[in-house]
Write a protein that binds this ligand. Structure first.
Ligand code: SAH
Length: 255
């Protein structure tokens, strides 16, 4: 049997948001290596597979990436059907790309299966349309956390006219606010902070760019959470500009 690893997205938490392909891969798996943002309820689909937790949460006990690589390789070479189950989508801040490359370089067949990424799910659960005709012409997914200390081009983001969806931002609220304000984003740009999106204990906190840090503090916002920043994140009725009109209105600075 060919060595094969499936890199599967478990979605944001709600088991009903799994894809049918993910369910099939789990039901056929011999071994499942599980990230710690995966909801346990999803493991019901695993049949008789051996379940191995390999969490990597920032600041907590974590499994070294090199060990996870070797584990996948070992089981695949034994001819086992290996599923690497990741929260959200495997290729959105999930190392799916690097794991696939590492395995393929060693002759292992890899199949990627999309999951619904937390940013998209969180927005939808809060009735936030990430793009909206006349309001937001696009959406940008970014992480506030970098291992090499490199910085995003915040000015470009502030002026992009797209809705910003920020992952791993809970500990970086102060920097995010300061950089976006300095980049020219309007202080009253709406912000939604969504914790545990799609899970029964989901919570959401609405604020604006200027006040988001204090609002998150009062709300005791905890990880995992995503931030949605842009005119679409308001819970008031959204005022659409006319097509082709010059950008006007409250949030024009963020467009
Ligand atoms: N691959 C994942 C992202 C992993 S990075 C995906 O596509 O969703 C981990 C970050 O994702 C967390 O710090 C948080 O910002 C976000 N996240 C993951 N699950 C979440 C959830 N259920 N609710 C809110 N944010 C979540």
């Amino acid at each position: 049997m060919n060595a094969k690893v499936w890199l599967v997205g478990a979605g944001p938490g709600d088991p009903e948001l799994l894809t049918l392909k993910a369910v099939r891969a789990l039901s056929e798996a011999d071994v499942v290596l599980i990230d710690d943002l995966v909801n346990d309820a999803i493991l019901e689909h695993c049949g008789n597979a051996r379940l191995i937790p390999v969490g990597k949460r920032g600041g907590c006990r974590s499994t070294p990436q090199a060990f996870i690589h070797r584990l996948m390789l070992r089981y695949a070479r034994q001819g086992k059907c290996v599923v690497r189950l990741k929260g959200g989508d495997p290729c959105i801040f999930g190392r799916g790309g690097e794991e696939a490359q590492w395995l393929r370089e060693r002759g292992v067949e890899v199949e990627l299966v999309n999951g619904i990424t937390a940013g998209l799910a969180g927005a939808t659960q809060c009735d936030i349309p990430l793009t909206l005709r006349g309001v937001a012409r696009g959406v940008t997914l970014v992480t506030a956390h970098t291992q090499d200390g490199s910085s995003l081009n915040w000015q470009a983001l502030a002026q992009s006219g797209t809705t910003l969806v920020i992952y791993m931002g809970v500990a970086k609220l102060s920097e995010i606010r300061q950089q976006l304000l300095a980049g020219g984003m309007a202080a009253d740009t709406p912000v939604a902070m969504i914790e545990n999106a799609s899970l029964p204990h989901q919570r959401e906190c609405r604020s604006d760019l200027m006040s988001m840090e204090e609002a998150a503090h009062d709300f005791e916002l905890k990880s995992p959470a995503i931030l949605v920043i842009g005119a679409v994140a308001t819970n008031e009725k959204i005022k659409r500009s006319q097509p082709a009109a010059a950008p006007t209105g409250r949030y024009a600075g963020s467009m």
